[in-house]
Design a protein around this ligand. Structure first.
Ligand code: HSE
Length: 411
């Protein structure tokens, strides 16, 4: 029998306890030992839980219990999770976590501490919910140089955009529904402003390129400015709007990393990933494109990945899994002004098409049957963001009001 503890009994934590209980026989068959939940840390009371006798409000009850070999951290947020995880690793306990904020902020340091203490620090659930992605990238695809990773990494925003596209639902109503369904972060700003997707692409970039990429070094845009008009113009242009996290390795060794809404061509593998589903494309130099798809948010999908890590830790109590990257800085990240994309622009004013043609040269006008008076949408050819911003300023000088600008994803 291996004793484990769970820190946090929210959406994911209660799912972990549930799976460990309901799938006890299945897990025993896989591991050859019973996984026993010895303690659950939460400040709230759960008198009706079948595990009510295991709850504690005191972290030291877990830290000082030498029988507990594996701890699942599913509290979310950096503090106090960081302190608790560090202490567990230093005391010789393996830790698994679904906490992307923690891994994106402190991953390199926690991986080092795990290495020094000959224990494991695993975080499959931190990216893609129930989709296997960390283990495939760190093991199955290890022989590849990764040229690019691109994906829909946030279930809440994908749910909102899908509802806007398929049902014509307004942004706020779709967000409320995503919150009610339990997909959203405690503060949904992290979802809709792109920070959650940013943390996830940082984790994947760190894993792919072996150096920690910190979220504050990554240009991040959310979906709050996307309107139903943009959705309809995108449709006319043969695209859907998706929040994309993407990192590419450049020839000079730098990485081009971004989180932003993009117009994704309907024929792209990422275009048909809808609702709370996530999709992640990994482009390996040996494999070509490998695409991972599944539920990226929700109680049991995410808990499934946490439990898989618990089982892995229980199987490797005396050996370390190879999952590691070193600390990094922003020097190897391409400045966003130098990143290159074709751009969608929606603007208001007289003669926008002619002015855009003169300033940008060779734009494609999107002819939508019910366009508002005086409004024009067009797509530029590929251009650096720096040059694009200069040309947009010139268009404004010519009397245009810019209503929205969105990247075209070459996905
Ligand atoms: N809020 C996150 C999402 C939860 O919507 O994807 C899973 O990380």
């Amino acid at each position: 029998m291996v004793s484990v503890a769970i820190m946090g009994h929210g959406v994911v934590g209660s799912g972990v306890a549930e799976i460990l209980t309901t799938h006890k026989k299945k897990l025993f068959a896989g591991l050859g030992e019973e996984i026993y939940i010895k303690k659950i840390l939460d400040l709230r009371e759960f008198p009706d839980s079948p595990l009510a006798d295991r709850f504690t409000k005191d972290f030291d009850d877990i830290l000082n219990d030498r029988e507990i070999r594996v701890v699942a951290e599913v509290m979310g947020g950096v503090n106090p999770a960081y302190d608790f995880v560090k202490k567990c690793l230093k005391s010789g306990k393996s830790v698994v976590t679904s906490n992307k904020e923690l891994v994106a902020a402190k991953g390199a340091e926690l991986l080092d501490i795990a290495k020094e203490n000959n224990v494991n620090f695993l975080f499959e659930a931190s990216v893609g919910g129930g989709i296997p992605i960390i283990r495939p990238m760190s093991q199955c695809l290890i022989a590849n140089n990764v040229d690019e990773v691109a994906g829909i990494l946030n279930g809440t925003t994908n749910f909102i955009l899908t509802k806007m596209i398929t049902d014509g639902m307004q942004f706020d109503d779709a967000l409320k529904l995503a919150q009610d369904l339990g997909f959203a972060e405690r503060n949904p700003a992290a979802d809709i402003e792109g920070h959650d997707a940013c943390r996830k692409i940082c984790i994947l970039a760190s894993l792919a390129y072996g150096k920690h990429v910190y979220p504050d070094a990554v240009h991040t845009e959310g979906i709050t400015k996307i309107t139903l008009d943009d959705v309809k113009y995108a449709e006319t242009f043969g695209c859907v709007i998706k929040l994309i996290g993407r990192v590419k390795k450049l020839e000079d060794g730098k990485i081009d990393i971004i989180v932003a809404p993009m117009l994704v061509p309907k024929e792209s593998q990422l275009a048909n990933i809808d609702y709370e589903f996530n999709g992640i494309m990994v482009r390996g130099d040996c494999t070509g494109d490998v695409v991972f798809y599944g539920k990226g948010a929700g109680k049991l999908p995410t808990a499934s990945a946490v439990v898989a890590d618990i089982v892995d830790c229980c199987k490797h109590l005396k050996t370390r899994k190879y999952l590691y990257w070193t600390d990094g800085d922003s020097k190897n990240i391409l400045p966003v002004e130098e990143s290159v994309n074709a751009m969608y622009v929606r603007a208001k004013g007289a003669d926008i098409a002619a002015k855009a043609e003169k300033i940008f040269g060779g734009v494609s006008i999107i002819d939508k049957a019910d366009s508002a008076d005086n409004e024009t949408a067009f797509v530029t050819s590929e251009i650096t963001l720096g040059e694009f911003n200069e040309k947009i300023a010139a268009l404004v000088n010519e009397g245009a009001e810019i209503l929205s600008t969105i990247r075209i994803g070459d996905l």
